[in-house]
Design a protein around this ligand. Structure first.
Ligand code: SF4
Ligand code: MG
Length: 332
């Protein structure tokens, strides 16, 4: 992502003029091969839009999203088809991702058939291998989605996403609907897949403690802006941006004792993305806001080292050197 902006124009209402919603503003980062990057923020922070841009389900209004050194917008024909194999997604709701009238065997065969991967016998062998990868018995092949539990269905969705041997998986709230033990199983599965297949994963969630256990780096979004891009170790002490710190305090598992006291940790309402505050967009809720925060947006400031880049957009860190536009080298 290089200085990516995404703007949606809302339709003119009866009493309202058409306005534009800035879903994402000036987003720059690179995903490394085999990296798990967490993308966190409250709802409406632009997380899902970022996922859709990464998959080329949307084209950015400004800036470029590239893969393998090439602008996604330039992919056409066979290259685009190949790109669709390399970039796969897993969403929150496995029910809607699986066609209820297709058996699990048909669900898993579908991508292989669409992309003409191998003979029928090879395809049947491949879907058995995929079930092994996601730890499901081959007996599920004759079942239908409604006969499986939520966790089993999510494993099927992941197996199907892996069928085309992707390099990048975008998981948008992929474990949010699952209960705690299944959530842990699926996150362990993602870690194994990264180890075994070298898969890079964009893990979109509102769950900061989960990101801390799973991800190598975290990108914190607020009203479509990058507040912090930090290596995982930097999260241990709560992050450096006041918004990241507030997210930690409002997380139920971060500190169960403290949670009741801090239930309102982030405090206040999220401003409308149609009318974001001037200056630092977080200033209306920030406990450390200074007068200039409401006037001048802070630039990204670099706190990390070359090996562990860490950038923060907050005036409290003024004096740190300016961050380079992108955090690291692009994917080869
Ligand atoms: Fe808070 Fe100011 Fe930092 Fe924004 S720039 S997070 S308002 S201290
Ligand atoms: Mg979302």
């Amino acid at each position: 992502f290089d200085q990516v902006c995404m703007q949606f124009d809302t339709r003119r209402g009866f009493f309202q003029p058409a306005r534009s919603l800035h879903a994402l503003t000036d987003i720059s980062f690179s995903l490394r091969p085999g990296e798990i990057l967490g993308v966190v923020g409250e709802s409406g922070s632009g997380k899902s839009t970022l996922g859709k841009l990464a998959l080329r389900l949307l084209d950015p209004s400004r800036g470029t999203v590239s893969y393998a050194g090439r602008d996604l917008a330039g992919y056409r024909g066979r290259a685009l088809k190949r790109l669709r194999c390399d970039l796969q997604m897993v969403f929150q709701d496995p029910h809607s991702a699986l066609n209820g009238r297709m058996s699990i065997e048909q669900c898993l065969l579908e991508p292989l058939q669409l992309h003409r991967r191998g003979t029928r016998a090879e395809q049947l062998q491949e879907i058995r291998r995929l079930l092994d990868v996601v730890n499901l018995p081959h007996a599920v092949l004759t079942r239908y989605p409604h006969e499986l539990s939520g966790g089993q269905k999510q494993r099927i969705v992941i197996a199907r996403a892996l069928a085309l041997k992707p390099r990048v998986l975008v998981a948008d709230e992929a474990v949010a609907a699952l209960d705690a033990s299944v959530k842990a199983q699926i996150t362990n599965l993602l870690l194994e897949l990264r180890e075994q297949l070298g898969l890079a994963i964009v893990f979109i969630t509102h769950d900061l403690p989960l990101v801390h256990t799973l991800c190598d780096r975290v990108l914190v979004l607020y009203l479509g802006r990058m507040m912090e891009l930090a290596p995982r170790q930097a999260l241990r002490d709560g992050g450096q941006h006041p918004y990241t710190q507030a997210l930690w305090r409002s997380s139920p598992v971060a500190d169960p004792e403290q949670h009741m006291l801090d239930a309102e940790a982030v405090g206040g309402e999220i401003p409308s993305p149609l009318n974001p505050p001037a200056g630092c967009v977080f200033h209306t809720r920030c406990p450390h806001a200074q007068p200039r925060c409401g006037q001048t947006p802070p630039p990204a400031m670099e706190l990390g080292t070359a090996a562990a880049a860490h950038s923060v957009r907050c005036w409290l860190h003024e004096g740190a050197p300016a961050a380079p536009a992108a955090g690291c080298a692009p994917m080869p």
